[in-house]
Design a protein around this ligand. Structure first.
Ligand SMILES: Cc1cc2nc3c(=O)[nH]c(=O)nc-3n(C[C@H](O)[C@H](O)[C@H](O)COP(=O)(O)OP(=O)(O)OC[C@H]3O[C@@H](n4cnc5c(N)ncnc54)[C@H](O)[C@@H]3O)c2cc1C
Length: 324
């Protein structure tokens, strides 16, 4: 590995757009790079040049964009090899990725290939007095926070949870954009798609202004919640019990191991209010909770609480608002 240094952010693409967590990380990484006196590089991979130019508006000194038609969607082996090649050539001191499904997949493989450390799912980043980047991770159900450094190996690979840093506003581009166009054989794509189920694909709950969130109390019936979300122009989210039970796609899990959200309104239905869940809605503007247990802890996090069975309440609200 070269000793070039630099703070690198892997910016994950979804078609022509970037995952908001990647842009959130870029905003914080700009501050980290300035504190360390290092360059900030945004590395991305995909098909088409336009999005790479857009990325240059988020504070990076340089954008490295690996571009090939075969990169139109994520492929574990192909993406790992191409990103590894750029990281080896650039020799960053830090590589930050979003803790998304693909980001976690890529980060783990890169850490093994580069024989370096991986700090997963951090909720904050800080430069310590020894000028090392510390990733903070909640542990033991939120009871402690562990600060993790990777002092002996480079790059220090860190995945960051979506929603923990604010989304920066785009600015006039400051850095150069370097396009990398690899030559790939037509069969380079390592996996073969046998079916495509769009359920849950592409949802980004961190951008939703209204969330209708269901827990175990829904008993698995999320149809009324979807109707309510549609009436309110929002999205459906879920507690871990609901995603672990397979009632809702895992991408919609809110909380410590899921997504940290900042909606204007969160409607929480049939969730007890475990701290691992409520950290995911504590930045919400207004929280409405429905639970049949008047002592449920969720009421401590709610601005408005309704004690009762969620089904007739949701039904009535949907009727009042007018069926979507
Ligand atoms: C390390 C760790 C990380 C975790 N991360 C997360 C995370 O990111 N997100 C997350 O959600 N959880 C997480 N959990 C799990 C968390 O601790 C809770 O177990 C989970 O949030 C509980 O989900 P729930 O509220 O849906 O279920 P329960 O706790 O079982 O609560 C169900 C609630 O529904 C109410 N209810 C039942 N029927 C009805 C009805 N008909 N009408 C109205 N109310 C009704 C009940 O009174 C009860 O309060 C984590 C746990 C650990 C240990």
């Amino acid at each position: 590995m070269s000793a070039a240094g630099g703070v690198w952010v892997y910016a994950e693409r979804r078609g022509d757009a970037f995952r908001s967590v990647s842009l959130e990380i870029l905003g914080r990484a700009r501050e980290v790079a300035d504190t360390l006196g290092e360059r900030l590089v945004a590395l991305t991979a995909g098909s088409g040049e336009g999005p790479a130019r857009e990325l240059a508006r988020f504070g990076a000194d340089e954008v490295v964009a690996v571009d090939h038609p075969l990169l139109v969607r994520y492929d574990t082996h192909l993406y790992t090899s191409l990103v590894e090649r750029e990281v080896r050539a650039g020799g960053p001191s830090v590589l930050l990725l979003g803790a998304t499904r693909d980001g976690q997949d890529l980060a783990g493989r890169l850490a093994v290939r580069l024989r370096t450390g991986l700090t997963a799912h951090v909720t904050s980043l800080e430069v310590d007095p020894q000028r090392r980047l510390v990733g903070w991770v909640p542990g033991f159900g939120g009871g402690i926070e562990a600060g993790i450094v990777c002092p002996d190996r480079k790059p220090s690979i860190i995945t960051v949870r979506p929603g923990v840093f604010p989304l920066p506003s785009p600015r006039p581009a400051r850095g150069e954009v370097r396009m990398v166009r690899p030559t790939l054989p037509a069969n380079a794509f390592g996996s073969h798609r046998v079916a495509f189920d769009p359920k849950g694909e592409g949802v980004d709950l961190t951008r939703s202004e209204v969330l209708v969130i269901g827990g175990r109390g829904t008993d698995g019936d999320f149809v009324p919640l979807q109707r309510l979300a549609q009436c309110l122009g929002g999205e459906v989210g879920a507690t871990r019990v609901a995603t672990d039970s397979g009632w809702v796609d895992r991408e919609r899990m809110i909380g410590q191991t899921g997504v940290v959200t900042r909606p204007k309104v969160a409607v929480v239905l049939g969730a007890s209010g475990a701290v691992q869940f409520t950290v995911g809605i504590e930045k919400a503007g207004f929280v409405i909770a429905v639970n049949r247990d008047p002592d449920a802890p969720i009421f401590e996090s709610a601005d408005l609480g309704l004690v009762g069975d969620l089904a007739p309440i949701v039904d009535r609200v949907v009727k009042e608002l007018g069926e979507p």
